[in-house]
Design a protein. Structure first.
Length: 342
């Protein structure tokens, strides 16, 4: 049979497409998160356009103020007769903003105000209260745009999933005996020296199920109990660890054998690792999944931690390597029944 699509990819991406969302306005109610979730080209486009549009808008406002006050006519007359301003009738004229004689100069002044460049050729005078008010408003708008857009860029560069790129899982999971019981095992490791604080790990089985009433659940998520060398769900991820789940009577894998394992096309085991990044304090999450053909029966992970020169070293070249070990070719149910008979 054709294998069904993954619910979670090997890189942790969820393979779910959201369609026919009618309430699109909900995304605009949380603009900041929407901006952070956008792709980089769209974010950079909005970043550029937000500044450019505000400069153009206030450039138009400054031009209208200069036009209404007659600053443009005064500048034109001075350009035609520069000597008249020295002792003529134009000597007493005070513009709202000096050296504005066209929309281009108004646009340049708008940029100087908002980004506080201040070349010194143009400035606001006391002649027009409206110009002072616009100056205050543009500074406030510029600060708001800076805060939102720079915060958005910072959040995109420091998103939690970036840290998850260095949290790795073994490509295959294995099923073998441990302490006389069949166990589902996988290996997890952290490539960075900075630790993941309060790291927890959990697993789920995702498969298609049907209730007694005939209700079909295409993606039923079932939590499975797991163990690790530390105990509980919390792990101390300083070196790679082998996380395992004991296949007992409460396990969804209780009736799976090596013969029928690869016939469970709808079986998918999801592994989720969560923790707080030590250097930033941001919570991160790494995910992966294992399909039936990615589970190796009767194999065990090779050791990769060794003591050298008074310290422990980890050989990541063997991170996913496994070796064959003697393992019963039966289900966990049959193994328990055989032990009870003996």
């Amino acid at each position: 049979r054709e294998r069904r699509a993954r619910f979670v990819g090997k890189n942790g991406a969820c393979n779910v497409a959201h369609k026919n969302i009618r309430e699109q306005g909900r995304f605009l109610q949380d603009v900041f998160t929407t901006l952070v979730d956008l792709k980089w080209p769209h974010t950079l486009l909005i970043f550029t356009m937000s500044f450019l549009c505000s400069w153009l808008l206030f450039g138009m406002v400054w031009w209208l103020i200069a036009f209404a006050h007659g600053d443009l006519d005064h500048s034109t007359r001075l350009q035609r007769d520069p000597g008249e301003g020295a002792s003529g009738s134009l000597d007493s004229f005070v513009p709202c903003v000096t050296s504005i004689h066209s929309f281009t100069s108004a646009f340049l002044f708008s940029i100087e105000v908002q980004v506080t460049i201040g070349f010194g050729g143009r400035m606001v005078t006391e002649e027009c209260p409206a110009a002072i008010l616009v100056l205050i408003v543009q500074n406030i708008v510029g600060l708001v745009i800076n805060a939102i857009m720079l915060g958005c860029i910072f959040m995109k560069t420091s998103q939690a999933h970036r840290r998850a790129e260095t949290l790795i899982f073994s490509k295959h999971a294995v099923i073998a005996l441990r302490e006389g019981k069949l166990c589902f095992m996988l290996r997890v490791g952290d490539l960075r020296k900075s630790m993941i604080i309060s790291a927890t790990i959990r697993m789920q089985v995702v498969k298609k199920t049907a209730s007694l009433e005939g209700e079909v659940v295409p993606l039923n998520q079932i939590d499975i109990q797991m163990e690790n060398p530390v105990g509980g769900n919390s792990i101390f991820l300083v070196s790679p660890l082998i996380i395992y789940h004991v296949i007992d009577k409460n396990s969804p894998l209780y009736d799976i054998s090596p013969v029928n394992l690869h016939h469970h096309e709808d079986l998918e085991i999801i592994v989720i690792l969560e923790g707080v990044v030590e250097t930033t304090g941001i919570t991160t999450q790494a995910r992966t999944s294992y399909l039936a053909d990615e589970i190796l029966w009767g194999q065990r992970f090779v050791p990769i931690v060794a003591e050298e020169d008074g310290r422990y070293s980890v050989d990541y070249s063997k991170f996913g390597n496994t070796v064959k070990v003697p393992t019963p070719s039966c289900t966990a149910r049959q193994l328990e029944e055989d032990k009870s008979i003996m």
